[in-house]
Design a binder for this molecule. Structure first.
Ligand code: GLC
Length: 523
C-alpha cells in the first residue's frame, strides 16, 4: 500500500451537515460547527470525513438539489469557512471528502433556467427533454425514485423533462459533451482547493438508454411498496456508457494525486463490481457496498453475502462496507441496541474501507417524527410506507447541556428522546459505552495491519455465529460474532489458541462460549 492509497486503511465518517453541530443558532448545522468538532472525531479515531452536500441549494432535497456546484450555501457558511475547515482537518491528519451530485442539478440552477427558457437555447440539450407520447402523456413509463412519473410537463416549451428524483431535480444529459466538461471543471475546482475526494451521488443513474424504451413491469410489486419499484429500472439506470464517465472522473482524481472517488450505487454485486472499471480504464476506487444495509441480520445469510462479495471483486478491487447512511434506517433500530455493538465489530473488522454514519458511534436509533415536523420530500410524497428519512437525520447529541450541545437553538429536527443520557460526553466517561467500543475498535485497526489491510478468510461456524480470520504477515486476528440472542459454543481453531481477547461486544472474556449479542476480536 502506498501513501496515495491512504483510503484503503482509512475509516470514513459520514457527516450530515444539517445535523452535526450548529455554530450560529439557526437550528441547522454548519461548517464552523464541523470544524469545532474535529478534535472529537480525531479522538474517536476516524481518518476521513465525508460531508453530505454543502453547496448553494433551495433544499428541496436538503442539498441534493445543487444550484451552484462551486460555492457553499450560506446556511452552511462561506468558501472561507470551507477553506478553514479543510485546513483544520488536514492539520489533524484528517482527510475530507465532499459529496458530488452530478446526475441532476436543482431546477433553480442557472443551467436549467436557461435550458427551459426555449427549445433553441444553447443549454436546451444539457437536460433531458422529450416530446409527449402520441396521447399527450409522458414519453415513457419511467417512475421517479420519489414516486410518480419521472417526467414533468413544461407548458411554456411544450415538452417533458426527466427527473429521476424530485421535479426540482432535473437530470443532466450526460451524453452531451458540454455537460461532461462542465462537471469535470467542478472536480478540478474542489481538488485544486485541496479536497481529498468525493462521494458521487447516484452514480448508476447517470446515463439512460439512448432510445428511452419503457422499463419492464415488476410483477412482484404490491400496493404499499414504493412507487418506483413498479418497474425494473432496466433502461433508466446502469447503462454501459456510465463507465466511461467514471473513468474520466478517475483520471482527474489520479492527476491530482492521492484522491479517492466513492460511488453511490445500489445494484446487485455482479453489476456493482463493474464500477471498479478495468485495468485500462479504472472507475471509482470504492463503489459503495451496501450488502450490510440490505441483508437480513442473520449469520448464515451474512456469511454468504460476505463470501459472494469477496469472490466477485476484480483483481486489485479494494472492498468497502457500510452499515448505515442518511437514507436508510439506523443499525440500532434495525437490530437493537445490544446487537448494534456486534454490528460495529463486524463493520470495523471486515476486509475493506468502512464508512461509519454519524451517531452510530453512540448507538443513536431512528427518531419518531410527528407528522407536523416531517421535512423529507420522500415521506411527504409517499407518506406512511416507511420511506421517510428524517428519522435517521436527527441532530447529534454531544452532551447533556441544552439541545444536547448541538447548538444554541431548537434544532431543525427533534433530538432522540434519550439524548440526555446517550451523548458523546457521557459515553466518553463510560468504559462500557458504544462510543468507547468504537474508539477501541478504531485503535485496533490502527495497531493491527491484519485488520487495516490484511487478507480475509472465513472460519467454520454454524447457527448464529459468524467467524473469520484477518491476516497480514505474522499479524493474525480472529473475529467471532454471535448474531443471536442465545449463548453459542465456538471451537477456537488451533492457530488462534494462543491469541487473547483484544475487544468484545459485551465485555465477556471467553470466546469458547459467546453470550447473547456477544462478539470477540482475538489478536
Ligand atoms: C442519493 C442521496 C439521497 C438523495 C438522492 C437524490 O440517493 O443519498 O439522499 O435524495 O440521491 O440526490
Amino acid at each position: 500500500m502506498t501513501q496515495a492509497e491512504w483510503w484503503k486503511s482509512a475509516v470514513i465518517y459520514q457527516i450530515y451537515p444539517r445535523s452535526f453541530q450548529d455554530s450560529n443558532g439557526d437550528g441547522i448545522g454548519d461548517l464552523k460547527g464541523i470544524e469545532r468538532r474535529l478534535d472529537d472525531l480525531k479522538s474517536l479515531g476516524v481518518d476521513a470525513i465525508w460531508i453530505s452536500p454543502i453547496f448553494p441549494s433551495p433544499m428541496a432535497d436538503f442539498g441534493y438539489d445543487v444550484a451552484n456546484y462551486c460555492n457553499v450555501d450560506p446556511r452552511f457558511g462561506t468558501l472561507d469557512d470551507f477553506d478553514s475547515l479543510l485546513r483544520s482537518a488536514h492539520d489533524r491528519g484528517l482527510k475530507l471528502l465532499l459529496d458530488l451530485v452530478p446526475n441532476h442539478s436543482s431546477s433553480e440552477h442557472p443551467w436549467f433556467t436557461e435550458s427551459r427558457s426555449s427549445r433553441d437555447n444553447p443549454k436546451r440539450d444539457w437536460y433531458i427533454w422529450r416530446d409527449p407520447a402520441p396521447d399527450g402523456g409522458p414519453p415513457n413509463n419511467w417512475i421517479s425514485d420519489f414516486g410518480g412519473s419521472a417526467w414533468e410537463w413544461d407548458e411554456a416549451t411544450g415538452q417533458y423533462y426527466y427527473h429521476a428524483f424530485l421535479k426540482e431535480q432535473p437530470d443532466l444529459n450526460w451524453r452531451n459533451p458540454e455537460v461532461r466538461a462542465a462537471m469535470m471543471d467542478v472536480l478540478h475546482f474542489w481538488f485544486a482547493r485541496g479536497v481529498d475526494g468525493f462521494r458521487i451521488d447516484v452514480l448508476w443513474h447517470m446515463v439512460k438508454h439512448a432510445d428511452f424504451p419503457d422499463n419492464p413491469a415488476n410483477p412482484a410489486w404490491r400496493p404499499g411498496q414504493p412507487d418506483y419499484t413498479r418497474v425494473h429500472q432496466h433502461h433508466s439506470t446502469d447503462q454501459p456508457e456510465v463507465h466511461e464517465i467514471a473513468a474520466e472522473m478517475r483520471a482527474i482524481a489520479d492527476a491530482h494525486g492521492a484522491r479517492v472517488l466513492i460511488g453511490e450505487i445500489y445494484l446487485p454485486v455482479r453489476q456493482l463490481v463493474h464500477y471498479y472499471g478495468s485495468e485500462d480504464a479504472p472507475g471509482v476506487h470504492l463503489p459503495f457496498n451496501f450488502q450490510l444495509i440490505g441483508a437480513e441480520w442473520n449469520a448464515r445469510q451474512l456469511a454468504e453475502r460476505i463470501a459472494a462479495y469477496e469472490a466477485a471483486l476484480p483483481p486489485g478491487g479494494w472492498p468497502n462496507w457500510v452499515l448505515g447512511n442518511h437514507d436508510r434506517p439506523r443499525i440500532a433500530t434495525r437490530v437493537g441496541p445490544e446487537q448494534a455493538r456486534v454490528a460495529m465489530l463486524l463493520l470495523l473488522t471486515l476486509r475493506g474501507t468502512p464508512t461509519l454514519y454519524y451517531g452510530d458511534e453512540i448507538g443513536m436509533a431512528d427518531v419518531h417524527i410527528p407528522p407536523h415536523r416531517v421535512q423529507d420530500p420522500r415521506e411527504l410524497n409517499e407518506p406512511g410506507i416507511g420511506m421517510g428519512r428524517d428519522p435517521v437525520r436527527t441532530p447529534m447529541a454531544w452532551d447533556a447541556s441544552a439541545h444536547a450541545g448541538f447548538g444554541p437553538a431548537d434544532p431543525w429536527l427533534p433530538l432522540h428522546p434519550d439524548w440526555a443520557a446517550r451523548n458523546v460526553a457521557a459515553q466518553r466517561e463510560d468504559s462500557r459505552s458504544m462510543w468507547r467500543l468504537t474508539q477501541k475498535l478504531l485503535a485496533l485497526r490502527h495497531a493491527h495491519p491484519a485488520l487495516a489491510i490484511g487478507d480475509y478468510r472465513a472460519v467454520d461456524a454454524t447457527g448464529d455465529l459468524l467467524a473469520y480470520e484477518r491476516r497480514h504477515g505474522d499479524d493474525r486476528v480472529l473475529v467471532v460474532l454471535n448474531l443471536g440472542a442465545t449463548p453459542q459454543g465456538f471451537s477456537i481453531p488451533e492457530w488462534a489458541e494462543a491469541l487473547s481477547v483484544i475487544a468484545s461486544a459485551q465485555g465477556g472474556s471467553d470466546p469458547a462460549i459467546l453470550g447473547p449479542d456477544e462478539g470477540y476480536v482475538l489478536g
